[in-house]
Ligand binder design. Structure first.
Ligand code: C5P
Length: 399
């Protein structure tokens, strides 16, 4: 399926441009045709000869090139591909794209194209974090531009933080997702994500360390397979995905209402770290220190178990996936939880502090189904999500 596709690859000026050579190789190995475009700055980092040798095609670089225009005008060039990929995308290229400028071949192609665009930014961490770049990012996301990375890490300039271009394998996976078959088209999936906040009074709350990263990655992976996704999220530290219906909630009680309102669904993926208890005697006003030195006593009451209620509901989705964050006896606890909650699968993981999983970028899961427990290797959370989404698609389509 990838074999008949074509990518218009715009290589911007950055040290990460050398990684685009590996990306071309990965694409060519998968049978994807690559039409390369090298910006003037890009050509300072990789040579047109290496790019064209790997792509097996001519490199385009100038807007006003008589030969190019005679063979194929730049408007036509902007339409040749199934996907336009910008890797590396500099801060300048992002700014041009956000403003709709057309002052060189790359920006003109990006303005003229009618195909989806995937951007892999690479720049110094300060440039990435600058309000201007963040503003451009928001504008571009709103325009439907897809992003992969940047990743955190040490940069060529010696600084540390977000700004490293995503690895070629990650960009390749994102391209695969963007071009892949929409096997979940017509299916509706509810994904819950993030922590819940349970108020103590109007200014204080009880929370947990869930970042929402795994739930967000699940929603993105299911969206990429063509599913309609309702994403019910507590206050997460990662932004919600584009291209899904986002329902923001704070408490478990609100999450339950939102999940029920989103039914019917073909599948539900309950990745939220829902608080088990809420404060029954939460104050309507901010609690004050007592002159007598008396410390307030919080009284807890149990929250609804959204997953268990959904599984018992007459409108139960055909496939319900629960998550289980454990700190010991992972398989034993998760296996019991699957039966107790009545869900089809449990995605279990060990979140004890030394694993770095809670709030981190990687996950090591055990998938519990009626067939038993499968231990998966430790992978990035988006890779776990893609593999789980594929499994969900296979299961739903086999029914
Ligand atoms: O019982 P525990 O919190 O470990 O179960 C985790 C699974 O149950 C997750 O899928 C979570 O989203 C779900 N859950 C829920 N409502 C609760 C507690 C957990 O839906 N009140």
């Amino acid at each position: 399926m990838l074999a008949e596709k074509r990518i218009l690859l715009i290589i911007g000026g950055g040290i990460a441009a050398y990684k685009s050579l590996s990306l071309i190789r990965l694409l060519r190995q998968a049978g994807v045709a690559v039409t390369p475009v090298l910006t003037r700055a890009g050509a300072e980092f990789v040579t047109p000869l290496s790019v064209s040798a790997l792509a097996g095609e001519k490199v385009h670089s100038a807007l006003f090139d008589l030969t190019d225009e005679a063979e194929m005008g730049h408007i036509q060039l902007s339409r040749v591909a199934d996907l336009v990929v910008v890797a590396p995308a500099t801060a300048d290229l992002m700014a041009k794209l956000a403003q709709g400028r057309a002052e060189d071949l790359a920006s003109t192609l990006l303005l003229a194209t009618d195909t989806p665009v995937l951007v892999a930014p690479a720049m110094n961490v300060r440039m990435w974090e600058h309000p201007a770049t963040q503003r451009n990012l928001t504008v571009l996301r709103g325009d439907g531009v897809g992003f992969i990375g940047p990743n955190d890490g040490e940069m060529a300039c010696g600084e540390f933080g977000p700004g490293r271009m995503a690895e070629p394998e990650e960009i390749f996976a994102a391209i695969q997702a963007a071009l892949g078959d929409k096997v979940m088209a017509g299916k509706h999936v509810i994904v819950t994500s993030g922590p819940t906040h349970e108020p103590i009074d109007p200014v204080r709350y009880i929370a947990n360390r869930s970042s929402g990263a795994q739930g967000t990655a699940m929603a993105e992976a299911l969206r990429d397979l063509g599913a309609r996704v309702t994403f019910v999220t507590g206050p997460s530290s990662v932004p919600p995905p584009q291209g899904v219906e986002v329902v923001k909630v704070e408490t478990a009680a609100q999450m339950l209402v939102a999940v029920e309102a989103a039914l019917p669904a073909d599948a539900a993926v309950m990745a939220a770290a829902v608080a088990d208890w809420r404060v029954e005697n939460a104050g309507a006003q901010k609690m004050k220190k007592d002159a007598s030195g008396q410390v307030p006593a919080l009284k807890f009451t149990e929250n609804p178990d959204i997953l268990a209620q959904l599984c018992r509901s007459v409108r139960r989705p055909a496939l319900v996936v629960g998550f289980a964050a454990e700190t010991e006896k992972v398989v034993e606890h998760a296996t019991a939880k699957r039966l107790r909650k009545g869900c089809d699968w449990i995605v279990a993981n060990d979140v004890s502090a030394q694993t770095g999983i809670m709030g981190g970028t990687e996950n090591a899961i055990v998938l519990i189904t009626d067939a038993g427990a499968e231990t998966w290797p430790r992978m990035r959370k988006d890779a776990v999500a893609r593999a789980l989404a594929d499994r969900i698609a296979q299961t739903l389509l086999a029914r």
